[in-house]
Design a protein around this ligand. Structure first.
Ligand code: TYD
Length: 136
């Protein structure tokens, strides 16, 4: 697993009436939730992401279906995480290049973010990203 990245197993309340999982900020995930968004109706074969954030931390869950999250720290470590259970989530620290692909039909990706949306937080250019992380 890459530095700071964490595949977190969430609480699961088993019940014959249906299972339940939950997330408390700064408990199950290591940040305060500022924003929530979700990605759905993704056509087959489409890739999303292909950028990094300067400051935002994220927690990504496959609430339904499955998809891959490919994380690249810009220092030669690239790992693919396959998310396919609603009680697992991937913690992604800031300064990670991420691509999401391999979305299954009817998949639903829930993303919790530590910041408000700001286009200025995005690094869209891969060479700029590598230069950004090399100056740490
Ligand atoms: P983007 O983050 O580029 O999506 P992805 O990384 O999944 O490819 O966002 C796509 C569009 O949605 C872009 O125009 C910005 C807008 N957007 C918001 O307005 N608010 C948000 O919280 C997010 C995540 C995106």
């Amino acid at each position: 697993m890459q530095t700071g990245v964490n595949l977190i197993k969430l609480p699961k309340v088993l019940d014959s009436r249906g299972n339940l999982s939950f997330i408390e900020e700064n408990n199950h995930i290591p940040f305060s939730i500022r924003r929530t968004f979700w990605i759905y109706d993704v056509p087959g074969g489409v890739r999303r992401g292909a950028h990094a954030y300067r400051e935002s931390e994220e927690f990504i869950i496959a609430l339904s279906g499955s998809f891959d999250v490919i994380l690249d720290d810009g220092k030669g470590n690239i790992t693919t995480y396959h998310l396919n259970r609603s009680y697992y989530g991937l913690y992604v620290p800031k300064k990670m290049w991420r691509v999401m692909d391999n979305f299954s039909t009817n998949s639903l990706a829930l993303v919790l973010s530590s910041t408000d949306y700001s286009e200025d937080d995005y690094v869209f250019d891969y060479e700029e990203f590598k230069s950004f992380v090399s100056h740490e």
